[in-house]
Design a protein around this ligand. Sequence first.
Ligand SMILES: [Zn+2]
Ligand SMILES: [Zn+2]
Length: 300
Amino acid sequence: MLLGAHTIGNGGIPMAARRAGRSGMQALQIFSAVPKYYNDKVGVKPERVARFTEALAEAGIKPEHVIVHAAYVLNCGTPDSEKWARAAGGLAKEFERSTTLGVGGVCFHPGAATDGDRDAAIERIAEAMRRALAAVPEGTTRLLLENTAGAGTTVGRTPEEVAAILAGIPKSQRARTGYGLDTCHLFASGFPIATSRAEQKRVLDAFEDATGEPPAFFHLNDSEGALGSNRDRHMRIGEGLIGADAFGWLLHDKRTKNIPLIMETPQQNPEIADDDDTPDAWDVDSIALLRTLTEHSATT
Ligand SMILES: [Zn+2]
Ligand SMILES: [Zn+2]
C-alpha cells in the first residue's frame, strides 16, 4: 500500500519529501511551481532535481511513487483561443518539469467547457495532451487526468468523459497517459462510493470499463459536501460524509495496490517553518487510520 499526502511544501520540494518520509509515507504529491500561475516559462534546474532526488532517497520514497499536481489555473477546455494556448503551454511545461524530476506522473484537472459545448472541450483537452506529449518525446512520467467534482461546466466528471478525452490520444502515446480518481470528487459528483462496497466497486468498474484500464492514482479525500453536491471541499479521512468505512472498502480493492494513494486533506500546521521537517500531526493520524483500515479484515 503506497500511502502518502500532498505534504506542506514550505522550504521547497526537498522539505516536502522529508516531511513525507518522517510521516511514514511511501508516496508523495508536490507542486513543481506555484500553482496559481501558468508557469509556462518555468523550468527545473539540475541542482533542484539533485536536491529533490536526494531527499526522496533519504525519505525512502521512490520517484515513481511521486505525483506532481499541475497548476489549478490551467483550463485546457476553454473556447478562448488565447487562454487555451497559455493553458496548453502550461500543461506542456508541467509535463516537462515532472519528467525532469523523474516522478511517476503529473495529474491535472481537465478544464471547463465555459461555452457549454462539452464535446468541443473534450477535443481541446485531448489536443493539449497531444501537444504536451509531442513537446516531451521521451520519459517514464505519465500525463494523468483527474476526475472533477462536477461543478459548473467542468469536464472529466464521468467515466465516459474521461474515456473520451483519453480516446483522443494516439495509440503510440496512450501508455504515457492515464487517469486518477479523487474520492471527494467522485462523491461530490454523485457517484455512490459510500453507499456499500458493491456500489463502490461498480463505480470503479465503470471507470475501468470505459477507459480500458485501472486508475493510476487515487486522491484519498473525505468530503464536506453531500453526495451529488458538486462541492469540492476536502475533509480529513473519516471526518466527512464519505466516512472511514468506505475508505476501508477502497483499500481492500486490488486497484488501490501499488499506486500512489494521496491525501489532499487539511493539515494542522500549514504555516510550518521552511527548515522544519516535523511531520504534520493530522497527516500522521490519517496515515495511521488508513493503515488500520488496510489491516482490518474485508468482511463487510
Ligand atoms: Zn484531487
Ligand atoms: Zn478537490
